[in-house]
Structures are given as structure tokens and as C-alpha cells.
Write a protein that binds this ligand. Structure first.
Ligand code: DLL
Length: 433
């Protein structure tokens, strides 16, 4: 079902006309109401009246996460706190908190884009959404919640954790859509199986998984184990939370709601705008957010964009590729770029390995070493050192052939890598500890 056909299926020229008009509006608002942007525009010599169309967009300065930190907590708001309805925050890896705030109209917008998102995956008002994204300052739980209500579905606000209880309630309530991170979905499947139930026999038919990178191999694994269609959902707190982009069941790119979030792809090193179908960093401008609009926000996420209408659902909303990872998650090991999701793809092709893994980076005599810790399937775990050594070598050589990088592989016992309830921690970087 298409939730909002007018906007999800717009002709490109109409979309661009709408985006231009909205862009002029948001630039004027931030210039009038946010001192941070007033100063930025002054510094860069930009006068809002010069921003007349989408062509002027590259003239505008970027906003980065550090700008949110420096303006902690409410420096980027267009309004005073009396108008604010909801505040979220994330601590990130550096520990400095970034804050995002919504007024009532923003919360309604969030519900709208999330209703589109759930409908795009195949959800309807008849569904029961088992929402195992964390509720709290993280935007996953409440974002999905608002969308499910707007769609008219029933939502079970189970949040993450307490896995056995979750599973019992999921079965008792007959939930049909599972929303959580892919790593938690994998863990839930493991726990259900231990309880003697085949996850494929539950009533779940759609998985809406995101908030962290996951590979096509992981999708195959989750679809097979759960007997579902697994769609990828993307978003970030700074822009709205979940509800920026999502796959339809055709799974050929994530439809991005570009009438509200204006996308660009840039070269992360030079800042130059790249064309359609070129890989680069996704930059988003919020066109309609009221309390905390952001101009040309650098997401740090690497993808590409296409404006070709979707061959599966007919939506014209542009599509971004499944995200490989963030620029700052990319490891550079002896000059080779490595995304954890590439390692995941390799592991999923190896029968004896489980997709529970961690990348441990160390530095010895000035040289970076990458060690990959991989759990072995219970069936194959044995005390026979020789067998394990052969498996280690096999994984090592598969990884080398894909990454062109020699790594160490350490096989670890089943269940020894910590299970995540939210975003999985894939990299342990001992170089900076
Ligand atoms: O993760 C919002 C969200 C919640 C999205 C639930 C999807 C589902 P943040 O905590 O601010 O917000 O983290 C945003 O997570 O910049 C990406 O690096 C990463 N990310 C989010 N979705 C995906 C995805 C939420 N589908 C950051 N694939 C983003 C890869 C993702 N990375």
C-alpha cells in the first residue's frame, strides 16, 4: 500500500519545484531564528535571497555533528522551549551528548514519514507491530511507535531486552511485524530456537531492520530463519530518527522521503557534489522540520542515489543504496579500507561460522593488525585443534580474497561474543585506548 501517493509518486520536476520552494523557506527561517546559522551565513557571505533554487544548494555551508555538540543543548533551536514537545539525545562514541528537539508539528511529520515507511514494507492497519527498538532517548522505539499508530496498526511497545519474555508475548499476541536492529533479530532467533520453537513458525511476516549496517548475507540469514521479508530502514536522530528511507519488498534501494529531506551525495574528502549513481557521503537538508531544521547535514554515511522510479512498487521517491557503513566506522588497515559489513558478508558464506563477530584492531611496531573474532557454529565446534586451525585458515583466505588484506582469524566458542539488544559493537579499536 502507498500511504501518501501524492508525495511518494511525484514527477521529478514537481518534486524539485516543491523542494526549491521549501528550501527557500527553511533557509530564511534559520537565518532569522538561529544565531549559529546567521553567523555561518555571514562568514561564508551568503544572503538568503541568493538561494533561489536547488542549483544554489552547493553554495550553502555544511552542518556537522560537532556543530550540534558545540551548541549543546538548545543552541540550534528556532524556537523557545515552550514550543518543544519532545527531546531526544544520543551519547555517541565520544561521550559528548547531541540533542535533537521536536515541536508538535515535527512529531506529526515523524508519524507521517514513519507511516509511509511501514506501509512501504507491506504493513497495514491490520498488523501488530512488535517494536523491539529501544524506547527512550534513542529515536528507534518512539519513531516506529508513532508511525504504527498513524498507520492504524497495533503496536506492542516491548522495547529491547528481556528476550525470553519478548518471545512469549510475541507468540501470544500473534505479532506480524518485527521491528528491531538486525543483530537483535538474529539473537532473538537464537533464543527462540533454544526454547524449542522454530522462528519461521511464528506469525511474524515482515522484519523492519535498521539502525546499523547489515549485509545482504545477513538479510538472507534472517529471512530464512524467520520465514519473513526483511526490509532495511534508515534514519538518524539529527534529521528525524527512523523514517528517512526504507526498502519496499523489491529490496532494490531504500526510498528516501525527499519531499521532506533533501538528499545530496558528496565526495567526503573534497565536499564536491557527486552525480547520480556515484558513491559518496549522504548529506541531508530538512525541508519541513520546524524546531530544529538542519542545512546540508553531513550524515557520515556512504551510499549512492538513483532517481529512476522503482520497478517494483512504482514509487518515484529517489532510492539510496543499502548503507555499507559510516565514514568513521571504516577502518583503514595498512592502506586498505575495511567496513565491518564486508567481513560479515564473507562469514555468512561459510557454513561453519556464525554471523557473530568482532573486529579487533591493534598496532604493533607502527603497523596496524586486524584480528577477526568469529564464533563457530555449535555443530562444528570441537576440541580437535587441527580442525579448528583448518577452519581459521579457510576464513582467513576467504577474507583475504575479498578485502585484499591479510588478517588474523581467531575462532571463539559459541555464544562468547556479547549479544546486542540495540546497535551491535563490531569494532574494538585498541590503537586509541
Ligand atoms: O539509528 C535511527 C534509526 C532507528 C534508524 C531505528 C533505523 C531504525 P541514530 O542513533 O542517530 O539514529 O543513528 C544514526 O545509524 O547515521 C547510520 O550510520 C546508522 N544507521 C541507521 N540506520 C541504518 C541502516 C538511528 N539501515 C546512524 N543501515 C546513521 C546502516 C544505519 N546504518
Amino acid at each position: 500500500m502507498i500511504w501518501n501517493e501524492k508525495y511518494e509518486c511525484m514527477e521529478r520536476k514537481d518534486l524539485e519545484a516543491l523542494q526549491s520552494k521549501r528550501l527557500r523557506g527553511v533557509v530564511e527561517t534559520v537565518c532569522n531564528k538561529v544565531p549559529f546559522y546567521q553567523n555561518r551565513f555571514l562568514e561564508t557571505g551568503i544572503v538568503p535571497s541568493q538561494i533561489t533554487s536547488l542549483e544554489s544548494l552547493p553554495q550553502l555551508p555544511f552542518t556537522v555533528k560537532d556543530d550540534l555538540r558545540k551548541n549543546y543543548p538548545f543552541g540550534l533551536l528556532t524556537t523557545d522551549l515552550a514550543d518543544i514537545a519532545e527531546i531526544h539525545a544520543s551519547s555517541g562514541t565520544t561521550g559528548t551528548v547531541t540533542v535533537v528537539a521536536y515541536n508538535r508539528e515535527d512529531v506529526a511529520l515523524w508519524a507521517e514519514v514513519m507511516a509511509r515507511t511501514l506501509a512501504c514494507t507491506g504493513g497495514t492497519s491490520a498488523d501488530i507491530v512488535h517494536n523491539a527498538y529501544g524506547y527512550g532517548l534513542f529515536t528507534g522505539g518512539l519513531g516506529i511507535h508513532y508511525g504504527a499508530l498513524e498507520l492504524g496498526a497495533a503496536v506492542v511497545p516491548i522495547s529491547s531486552g528481556g528476550t525470553k519474555r519478548q518471545i512469549k508475548l510475541m507468540q501470544d499476541f500473534g505479532a506480524t511485524i518485527l521491528t528491531c536492529t538486525p543483530s537483535y533479530a538474529l539473537h532473538m532467533a537464537e533464543v527462540i530456537s533454544e526454547m524449542g520453537v522454530d522462528p519461521a513458525l511464528t506469525s511474524i511476516k515482515i522484519g523492519v531492520f535498521g539502525a546499523e549496517p547489515w549485509s545482504e548475507g545477513m538479510r538472507r540469514e534472517l529471512e530464512k530463519t524467520w520465514g519473513i521479508i526483511a526490509c532495511d530502514i534508515y534514519g538518524l536522530s539529527e534529521i528525524i530518527g527512523p523514517g528517512v528511507a526504507v526498502e519496499c519488498p523489491g529490496k532494490e534501494g531504500l526510498h528516501l522521503w525527499a519531499d521532506h529531506f533533501l538528499p545530496e551525495i558528496i565526495d567526503p574528502n573534497t565536499g564536491e557534489v557527486l552525480g547520480e549513481d556515484q558513491d559518496g557521503e549522504l548529506v541531508l537538508t530538512t525541508l519541513t522540520k520546524k524546531a530544529m531544521p538542519l542545512i546540508r547535514y553531513r550524515t557520515g554515511d556512504i551510499t549512492r542515489i538513483t532517481y529512476q522510479p522503482c520497478p517494483h512498487c512504482g514509487r518515484t521517491a529517489p532510492r539510496i543504496n543499502k548503507l555499507k557503513g559510516r565514514t568513521d566506522d571504516m577502518l583503514v588497515i595498512r592502506g586498505v579500507n575495511v567496513f565491518p559489513s564486508q567481513v560479515e558478508s564473507v562469514l555468512l558464506e561459510i557454513e561453519e561460522a556464525k554471523p557473530h563477530y568482532q573486529l579487533v584492531v591493534t598496532r604493533s611496531k607502527g603497523l596496524d593488525e586486524l584480528e577477526i573474532w568469529v564464533e563457530v557454529d555449535e555443530k562444528f565446534f570441537s576440541d580437535e585443534i587441527k580442525k579448528l586451525e583448518t577452519l581459521e585458515k579457510k576464513i582467513q583466505s576467504e577474507i583475504e580474497s575479498v578485502l585484499a588484506l591479510r588478517t588474523k582469524v581467531k575462532l571463539v566458542e559459541p555464544k562468547s561474543i556479547e549479544r546486542s539488544m540495540g546497535k551491535a559493537k563490531r569494532v574494538i579499536d585498541k590503537r586509541i585506548m
